[in-house]
Design a protein around this ligand. Sequence first.
Ligand SMILES: CC(C)(COP(=O)(O)OP(=O)(O)OC[C@H]1O[C@@H](n2cnc3c(N)ncnc32)[C@H](O)[C@@H]1OP(=O)(O)O)[C@@H](O)C(=O)NCCC(=O)NCCS
Length: 164
Amino acid sequence: MEIRYEHASEKYAESFGAAVDAVARERKYLVATTGFPPESTIEFVRDLVENNLAQYFALDGETVVGWCDALPMRSEGFRHVGVLGMGVLPGHRGRGIGTKLIRLTIKHAKKVNGLEKIELQVYKSNATAISLYEKAGFFREGERIDARKLDGRYDNLVLMGLKL
Ligand SMILES: CC(C)(COP(=O)(O)OP(=O)(O)OC[C@H]1O[C@@H](n2cnc3c(N)ncnc32)[C@H](O)[C@@H]1OP(=O)(O)O)[C@@H](O)C(=O)NCCC(=O)NCCS
């Protein structure tokens, strides 16, 4: 089936929550190792929609198979910066979905939300994501050594940024 790309809506919040949970449980790519309670995911999406923030879903029918968001930091002095997060379900990776999602999200963050910079953190072992981010124009800004220790393995966190 053809993949559709839509701005976040509450209609897909539950499916979005399930996608986050599935990627988190892979225990490789996200900080979280499980998803979030359904109520807090719905609240999160509602707040984002109300403020017209940058979050896009990739949809296979009514199922969220990928997401990307860049949400402004909340503290005074940092609100020009958005923090990017994303994921694509395992069966849908490597088909250009992540590329499309990040392009839509960056464009929205800049043009609609007026953000000036996007930042993210990615595990050094996650070569696919680092490659995607570099292709989208992100630069490496630093690295936290042995930032994660999970299942007996250490991983560094690479800090990346994109000036819009
Ligand atoms: C990272 C992720 C979002 C990329 O989404 P995707 O839909 O698979 O990405 P795309 O198909 O658009 O590929 C984008 C780029 O990633 C790289 N890439 C894709 N598949 C790859 C693979 N199997 N091995 C190495 N690089 C790969 C390529 O550079 C590719 O660009 P190209 O097609 O122009 O060569 C996805 O793999 C994912 O969800 N991973 C797990 C969750 C995650 O890592 N989230 C980010 C946390 S910081």
